[in-house]
Design a protein around this ligand. Sequence first.
Ligand code: ZN
Ligand code: ZN
Length: 435
Amino acid sequence: MRVDFQQFSGFCSCGKKHEFTVKKIIIEAQATRYLKDLIHDFKWPVILCDTNTKKAAEEIMKEYFSLYEVLELPEKNLHANDQCVTIVQEKLTQEADVLIAVGSGTIHDIARYVAYERNIPFVSVPTAASVDGFVSVVAAMTWHGLKKTMPAAAPIYVLADSDIFTKAPYRLTASGISDLMGKYTALLDWKVSHIVTNEYFCSKIYDLELAALHEVESQLDGIKLQNRESTEKLMYALILSGLAMQMIGNSRPASGAEHHVSHLWEMEILNGRLDALHGEKVSIGLIMCLERYQQIRNAIKIGQCKVTAPRAFETELMQKTFGKKGLYQNILEENGQNILDSICPDELQQKLPLIYEELLKLPDAEKMRETLNKAGCVTTMAEIGLPDSLKDLTMQLCPYVRRRLTLLRLSKMLEYPDEILKINSDIPTTCQSKL
Ligand SMILES: [Zn+2]
Ligand SMILES: [Zn+2]
C-alpha cells in the first residue's frame, strides 16, 4: 500500500496550507526492498537499531546490515532520554549523512532527535505497529527527568515492511492499538478546546483520523490473529495519526488527557519505574478519561454541571508531588500563564450543551474496556503494577504535565454532585431534565 498523502496536502478549508516533509510512505510486504534505491545519493548511511529490533529485521534486511554501518544500542535501559541521545551522538560518525531508524518508538524518537541536531535526514523502518510517532515532527523525550516534546526531524521515507512488523511480539501491536484508540479522547479534547477557546481546528484531519479509528476497530480480530492485511491497516492508521501531527505542526490531534496520564506516570512522581509500554499507559489513561468524561456528560445531561470561577494552580499539591523530584519549577515553566485564567465561566456555562454534543460521540467506557480486553490490550492500573489508590491523584495532577487544554483540565472549573461521579454507564433517560 502506497499512502497517497498528497491528497491531504495543499490549502485546506481550515485556513491552513498542510505540508509534509515525508516524501514517500510504503506499507507492504518487502517494503524495505526499495531502501537502496531511495538512499542511493547518500554516501554514509547509518542504521540505528537495538538488539531486539536488529533481530526482528536482520533477516529481511540482511543486505543492508552488511552494506551500511550499524549503530546497535543495547536493549537494556533503552529510553528516549538525554543519556541514550548522548550515547548515539558520541558513537555516530561525523561522516554519517543519513540515518535509518530500524525499530519501534524509542529508536525512532532517538533517531529523529539526533537527525535534527546533526541536520541530516532519516528514514523510518518501523519494526512494530506499536506507536503513532513514526512520521512525527516532534520527539517525545524524557529530558533530565522531565517528559518533554522536543523539536525533531520527520523521516523523508517510511518503509513499513509487513514481513517485519506483522511478526512483532503481539504485546507491541496491542500497544499500538491502544495508542490509536487513545485518539478518541485526544480528538474530543481538541474539539472541546476549539469550542471553548477557539483554538485552531481542522475538521478534515479530525474526520480522517476518526475514520481510520473506526476502520481499525473493525479489524481488531484480524490484528489479533496477526493477519497481514489487518495489521497493515493498523500501521496505516498509526502513520496517518503521525501525518496529522505533521500537518498541524504539533501533537494536538494525537495527544490529549489520556496521554497526560501516561506522561505523568513516566515522570515517576507518584510511582516508581513501570515496566509498561507507551500504548499500555495510554490505554489505561483512555479508560480513566472516558469514565470521567462520561460522568461530565451525564451531569450536563441532567443539568447538574455548574461552572465555577477559574481554578488557580493547585500549588501546594504540585509542590508536594513534582517538588519531590525537583520538578516543581519545570512544571510551572511548562504551564506558564494558567490556561484556565482566560476562560470566562459564564461563557463556558453557555457552551456546555455544545460540549455535551461532542461527548455523545465518545465510545462508552465499559464497551471500550471490553473491546480493548478482547484485543489483548491492557486496561487496568493493576496490570502495569500501579495501585488503584493512585487513580484520583493521577487525574488531578496529570493535566499539569503539559500546557494543553483538555476537558480534564477544564473539569477543574466544573462542579457536579458526588453521586454523578459514581455513574459509569449511561444514565436512564428518566433522569433527564433541563437540557
Ligand atoms: Zn486543514
Ligand atoms: Zn501516543
